[in-house]
Design a protein around this ligand. Structure first.
Ligand code: DX5
Ligand code: ZN
Length: 219
């Protein structure tokens, strides 16, 4: 597949300084920023919504990789399109109509992503793989940063990579949760292309931490 991408998760950044944090991310040379939207219902935590994303857009040209942990995310497709989201990724568990919701995301001009929790089999999204630009395999139960990586989820990464090849599809495979310099190489070997990392990256020198992830992928 194509070259890999590191996607720093802004959930681990300073919420009072998004402009500064976006610049910090850009200075590392990465192309993506992962933006976690939590509604306090699909997951217990509440983060921020499309209004905040629209404000961030004024300060950054990074690819906005929006991960919606929101019940019935189809309600917010137009809001996120207008806010300047590039990729809108929705949970298969969060809507009765995942196929229709993905069509709506694409019709609104965004890239469409589908995501599954650790307890959801890949079969739940097999019928929509031909529709999506990105498949996100959660490697923790969503809701909070700083949780331990669940290695069993990598079987689904492998399966998603196999199906992509068998069917001639071209989605990116993303992993999210507990990704650090120790867990990332197994993700890469399983076939992931996009690596979300929050708490590991935002501890001290962001650029130096990004480099440790790149080095671990190439190991
Ligand atoms: C968890 C979020 C993640 C989170 C990852 O629900 O989807 O994007 O920021 O954080 P770490 O890298 O700390 O596990
Ligand atoms: Zn996320």
């Amino acid at each position: 597949m194509s070259t890999y991408k590191i996607a720093p998760s802004i959930l681990a950044a300073d919420y009072a300084n998004f402009e500064k944090e976006l610049k910090r991310i850009e200075e590392t040379g990465v192309k993506y920023v992962h933006i976690d939207i939590m509604d306090g219902q699909f997951v217990p935590n509440i983060s921020f919504g499309a209004g905040v994303v629209a404000s961030m857009r004024k300060h950054s040209k990074l690819v906005f990789d929006c991960h919606l942990m929101v019940v019935n995310p189809e309600r917010y497709v137009d809001d996120f399109a207008q806010a300047g989201a590039d990729i809108m990724t929705i949970h298969a568990e969060a809507t009765t109509h995942v196929h229709g919701a993905l069509q709506k995301i694409k019709a609104a001009g965004m890239k469409a992503g589908v995501v599954i929790n650790p307890g959801t089999p890949l079969g739940a999204i097999e019928p929509v793989l031909n529709l999506v630009d990105q498949v996100l395999i959660m490697t923790v139960n969503p809701g909070f940063g700083g949780q331990a990586f669940i290695p069993e989820c990598l079987e689904k990464v492998k399966l998603a990579a196999r199906l992509r090849e068998q069917r001639g599809l071209d989605y990116d495979i993303e992993v999210d949760g507990g990704v650090d310099n120790k867990t990332i190489s197994a993700c890469a070997q399983a076939g992931a292309d996009v690596f979300v990392a929050g708490s590991y990256l935002f501890k001290d020198n962001l650029s130096a931490r990004v480099e440790t992830l790149k080095a671990a992928i190439n190991d």
